[in-house]
Design a protein around this ligand. Structure first.
Ligand code: NI
Length: 262
């Protein structure tokens, strides 16, 4: 494994022109992926973070911890500190400095699990739609599967150039305000999206407004993805804007978070 991980000029240009980049060479060696999978599966098996709202069903009503179709854990390294060690994080940090400059760093942000056979689809969305509309962002997410990611088990798809769009209208998935996950309400701008299958430990990187999607997991093995975040510090947004799709949500996850604080 080469370290520091060196991007080509073409890769850096592609990231800035298209709003995403797929890097085929794994940033995590096989022996590291083995222990990452152990830590990862344990977090979901033990429902780590669920009581305080940090583990929930991204794609459903989140009322049954054992039957989530798209379980997600925020800040998994808080529950499994070993995730903060590892070669993948060093390589990710080397990569983001080449894309965002020397002050950028990458940290473990969340984990999204698509169970074998029942793992639900992650509808088209822009990540910024989840965030505080009072800020402008120059950031990116790094998506690393712990096993092969294929079209069949739910690899990511991207819409080239969509990082230049405004944040388009979103709504909770299916219009159900109990669901944390968001989806774009109008898919007509999605034309000729690009699927990005990956080897274990390889990555894609996408910007905060890059529209992306992942299909259902129709394979017979789980699809595990670890997501890192990076970028430059956010700035106050210059004008007023609001994301009403977040204000209407009434999620079980938020209820648990409030109850845990009391
Ligand atoms: Ni996303």
């Amino acid at each position: 494994m080469t370290f520091p991980f060196k991007l080509t000029a073409e890769q850096i240009l592609q990231f800035h022109l298209q709003g995403f980049l797929s890097i085929p060479m794994p940033i995590s060696p096989p022996e590291e992926l083995e222990w990452l999978i152990e830590e990862y599966d344990n977090l979901f098996a033990t429902h780590a973070g669920r009581a305080e709202g940090n583990q929930f069903d991204l794609g459903g009503a989140d009322d049954d911890e054992n039957n989530a179709s798209l379980p997600q854990i925020l800040n998994p390294a808080h529950y499994a500190p070993r995730l903060n060690e590892g070669i993948y994080l060093q390589n990710a940090n080397s990569i983001v400095k080449q894309l965002f400059g020397p002050t950028a760093s990458a940290g473990v942000a969340h984990a999204i699990y698509k169970p074998a056979g029942i793992g639900g689809e992650t509808p088209w969305h822009q990540d910024e739609a989840y965030w505080d509309p009072g800020y402008q962002y120059f950031s990116a997410s790094i998506w690393m599967p712990l096993q092969e990611a294929t079209v069949e088990n739910g690899c990511l798809w991207f819409m080239p150039g969509s990082h230049e769009w405004e944040v388009l209208e979103h709504r909770p998935i299916g219009g159900d305000i109990r669901i944390h996950g968001l989806e774009m309400t109008d898919l007509t701008p999605i034309r000729n999206p690009v699927a990005c299958p990956l080897s274990p430990g390889a990555i894609t990187i996408h910007r905060n407004r890059t529209a992306h999607y992942a299909g259902r997991n129709v394979s017979n093995t789980p699809r595990r993805a670890l997501i890192l975040s990076t970028g430059l510090p956010s700035q106050p947004f210059p004008t007023h804007r609001s994301f009403p799709w977040n204000e209407v949500k009434r999620t079980a996850r938020d209820e648990r978070a409030v109850a845990a604080k009391l």
